[in-house]
Design a protein around this ligand. Structure first.
Ligand code: PGA
Length: 252
């Protein structure tokens, strides 16, 4: 099945509202969907910006699994939707490692987000130690299946998986295209075994970890890599616009 190459940006804890608006104004004319996961504080300003291009989707980088309640400092799916978010990143490795998020905790959020009609980008990835111990595929399978536990297969069309090796995030050392394709191929197989070929083919498998203009073409040309999740290289207009242009020129 042919898919457009998806580009998703993760701004993490960067930028102010004026900087975000300036960045959005400088985007090239979009020919395919572009998603940017912004800090909570700028969801509304970016999503409701009058000149926002229709193919630009704004999303959040996290949310709580309850819809409301006494959770000081937390933000719910209802609130991010209200602010204008169309999607949410869940289970990012920084959430797993700095905030001790478990697969079970991430799964609660996934199910709540889908109930509220948000697109979910579920992030998974192995650490360097796990890779060195030969556990990569087991870890990915566990994060994938536990993260999507009890999700109605009819809702999987609203889920994208982002495979980001933890050792490649923010290090400048991306996985080689062969290494990345091998993991994506195995993930696709796990998805096919679990949900069948039709659903597995339709689901987007994004790749992340040190994506830059220099490696995007080779990575997204791989059969099972349907797009990219970009952190550091999504922060400056010049670099990111180059990534968008290159992604747009890839025919799959
Ligand atoms: P990076 O981050 O592109 O800076 O490696 C990717 C991510 O954390 O999603």
């Amino acid at each position: 099945m042919s898919k457009e190459v998806r580009v998703v940006a993760n701004w993490k804890m960067h930028k102010t509202i004026p900087q975000a608006i300036d960045f959005i104004k400088k985007l090239p004319e979009l020919k395919t969907t572009l998603s940017i996961a912004v800090p909570y504080t700028m969801i509304h300003a970016c999503a409701k910006f009058p000149e926002k291009q229709p193919l630009l989707c704004i999303g959040a980088q996290n949310m709580h699994y309850e819809i409301d309640g006494p959770y000081t400092g937390e933000v719910s799916s209802k609130q991010i939707l209200d602010a204008g978010a169309e999607f949410v990143l869940l289970g990012h490795s920084e959430r797993r490692h700095f905030f001790n998020e478990t697969n079970e905790f991430v799964n609660k959020k996934v199910r709540q987000a889908l109930l509220n009609n948000l697109v979910v980008i579920l992030c998974i990835g192995e650490t360097l130690t796990e890779r060195e111990q030969g556990k990569t595929i087991d870890i990915l399978e566990e994060q994938l299946l536990k993260g999507l536990n009890e999700v109605d297969p009819n809702l999987l069309g609203k889920v994208m998986i982002a495979y980001e090796p933890v050792w490649a995030i923010g290090t400048g050392e991306a996985a080689t295209p062969q290494m990345a394709q091998e993991a994506h191929f195995n993930l696709r197989k796990i998805m096919t075994d679990k949900w069948g070929e039709k659903i597995s083919d339709q689901m987007y498998l994004l790749h992340g970890g040190s994506i830059k203009p220099e490696n995007i073409e080779e990575l997204t040309s791989q059969q099972d890599i349907d797009g990219v999740l970009v952190g550091g290289a999504s922060l400056t207009s010049e670099t990111f616009n180059e990534i968008i242009q290159k992604a747009g020129s890839i025919k799959k």
